[in-house]
Each structure stands twice: as C-alpha cells, then as structure tokens.
Design a protein around this ligand. Structure first.
Ligand SMILES: *Cc1c(COP(=O)(O)O)cnc(C)c1O
Length: 366
C-alpha cells in the first residue's frame, strides 16, 4: 500500500535533530513568542528573500491579518480565485470584505490575469493570487494590472514554500502536510513593508505593541515556539525536499504522458512549481481513484466542493454554473502521491498502476 501521504516519514528522517529542537524549547521556559520564534522569523524572511516575517497561529490567520494590515474591511471587495482551498475566501470574509471570484486559466489552474482585469470594480481593493498546488501565479502580469488599477496584490503562498514570491507580501501556512509543515498549526506573513509587518505583529498579539497597551482590537494568533523550533529544523531541508518533489513530478510528467483521458498539470511558460500537489484530471475521476485504491495507491481530491457551492457561501448567490472551470476541476481533479519521502520504487509502482488503472478493462467498450 502506498498512502497519499504519511507524515511520520518526514519526522523519522529528522528524528534526533527535531527532538533536540523541542527539548531546547522545553528547557528555555519561553512558551509564547521569544527567541525561537524570532529566530525562525528571521530565517524564514531570509529564505523568502523578504525583509520581514511575522509568525501567526495558522495560515488562515496569516491571510486574514495580511488583509487587515492593508486596512481592507467592510465595503471593500477582494478578487480571489474561484478554485482554491476555501481558506482564501474565508480570510476575505473574516475582514468583512466581499469576495469577487475569478476563474482560473484551465491549463495552469491559476488566476487568469485577463479575467482579473475585467473583474476589477470601484470597490475592489485587492487581489489575492494563490500559487495553487505549488505553481507560481502570474505575479508579474497581475502586478502590472494591480498597479495600473490602483489595487493591492498579495499572495496566498500556503502551498508554495520555496517559490519565488516576486517581492509580493505573502501569507504562508505551516499545516503539517505543506511543503514546510509544522507538527501542528502555524502560519506567517512575509513582506518587505516594515509598517505593514508592524501592524500585523500588533494585530496578531492582542493589538498591543507593548504588553497591556491595547491600541487596536487585535486577536491572539501567534506562532508557537515549539512549532518555530521544528520549522527551523525543517527549513534547512526544504530546498532539498522541494528538489525531490521536482524530480518525481518530472518523472510523472514524462511517463504518464499520453494516457487516454488523463490530463497532466500544465506548467506555464517560465512558470515554476514547488510541486505541493500533483493534480491530474480525468473525466471518470472517481472510477480512476477507485481503481488506484484497489491497486494500493492512495489519492486525494483537491477539492471536491468549490467554495462557491459550499454551504459556507450558500447565501452569496453563486449558483451551480457560476464558475464552470472551478466546478469542472471539482469533478475531475485527482491528486497523486508526491512528497519527498516517496522512494524511486514507489514512484515506479505509482506510474505503473496509473497506466494500468486508466486503461479500460480488456473487452469493455471505450
Ligand atoms: C492550507 C491552506 C490555507 C490555510 O492554512 P491553515 O494553516 O490550515 O489555516 C490557506 N490557503 C491555501 C491555498 C491552503 O492550501
């Protein structure tokens, strides 16, 4: 059996190194913020090529605080992709702004700049691009549109640790299964804007810059020092682990090419990916997933229900058919196992199983 993902494999590779980091926090007596969080923030900012990093409790909070840091709120609209994890939308809703969903490019699954430009209205304050599945969104084109139209551009980089952020303020999640994952919840905002970083830091820590001086109505969303210590260990391995992902993706792209009905992920011109997820499409997705499960290969669907058809947005008035590309993705997308701890033999086995599974049984009508 090859599961979609078993997080114990990453922990096992880093065993003693991670245990030492955890023990260091236990011995330090600093269990909220403190030197471990500060060290991670500095290291992660440096890794991202940005000047500031502010840790948060999770990725949703990072994105919410980033939007609040820009002063976005009630009466404002924010452009979001129609196909993304629902957190992107929930962050916009959390600040009281309206979501304006825009359909993706059907090849890269990332925001289509032309549609973004067409969706900008008088209330639009920001665009949240998502580097979906690890593939960089078209930040240069989107950035030019954003500047021309006077709106902010930020990134939901929850699936893209290690991607080139192009200098745009970005929100990260360290949910355990992400490319850089903690042993629990965690998140961060990175930015080159010192004033923005300061506002986010204040908002995330009860609205106080100084203990007990609460100047704004903030929240409690801080990166846990234990998680910061774990993340510092894992950050050192991130490039190597992303390289392993890239090599597996290259094999999939090469060896799964040409299977009838199977659509492989499209990589944009000059676009690059840190391959958080290897998303294929197939018109009989559920059938294919079942056949793979019978062969012992675990898969997942990202995501079975698009945000606009989920109960959370029932009252928003987006009916079925509002965002056909996102709906088609929800019906056809299938994620194959792709993570740094897959062995070459397992990759062979997955490739062989997909080839066999995607072929209709002998004698069956096509
Ligand atoms: C994981 C994820 C988030 C949210 O992260 P949490 O840490 O779980 O809150 C946001 N956006 C995208 C695209 C994600 O994949």
């Amino acid at each position: 059996m090859i599961p979609f993902l078993d997080l114990r494999e990453a922990s096992a590779e880093l065993g003693p190194e991670m245990e030492r980091a955890i023990e260091r926090v236990v011995q330090s007596g600093r269990y909220i913020l403190g030197p471990e969080v500060e060290a991670f923030e500095e290291e992660f900012a440096g890794y991202c090529g940005m000047r500031y990093c502010v840790g948060t409790g999770n990725g949703l909070d990072a994105l919410t605080l980033l939007l609040r840091g820009f002063g976005i709120g009630v009466g404002d609209d924010v452009i979001v992709p129609s196909n993304t994890y629902i957190a992107t939308w929930l962050a916009v809703s959390a600040v009281g702004a309206g979501v304006v969903p825009v359909e993706p490019d059907p090849v890269t699954y990332n925001l289509d700049p032309e549609r973004v430009e067409a969706a900008i209205g008088p209330r639009t304050r920001a665009i949240v691009a998502v580097h979906l599945f690890g593939q960089r969104a078209a930040m240069e084109t989107l950035g030019a549109i954003a500047r021309r139209r006077g709106v902010a551009l930020v990134a939901d980089a929850a699936q893209a640790h290690g991607a080139d952020l192009g200098g745009y303020s970005s929100a990260f999640s360290f949910y355990p299964s992400k490319n850089l994952g903690a042993l629990g919840d965690g998140g961060a905002v990175v930015t080159d804007d010192g004033a923005l970083a300061g506002r986010i830091r204040q908002l995330a820590n009860y609205g106080a810059r100084e203990k007990y001086l609460h100047e704004v109505r903030g929240v409690n969303s801080r990166l846990d020092p234990l998680q910061a210590a774990v993340l510092r260990v894992k950050l050192k391995h991130l490039d190597q682990w992303n390289l392993r992902r890239l090599r597996i993706a290259a094999r999939y792209l090469d060896q799964l090419d040409g299977i009838p009905g199977l659509v492989l992920p499209g990589v944009d011109d000059g676009g690059d990916s840190v391959w958080h997820i290897f998303a294929v499409r197939h018109p009989q997705r559920d059938w294919l997933a079942r056949r793979l499960r019978e062969k012992g290969i675990g898969t997942m669907i990202h995501y079975p229900v698009p945000p606009h058809l989920s109960g959370a947005y029932r009252d928003a008035g987006f009916g079925r058919g509002s965002f056909p590309i996102a709906e088609e993705m929800a019906e056809e997308e299938l994620s194959l196992p792709l993570h740094p701890h897959l062995t070459g033999k397992q990759v062979d086995e997955i490739i062989q199983s997909v080839c066999l599974a995607a072929c209709p049984p002998a004698g069956a009508a096509a």
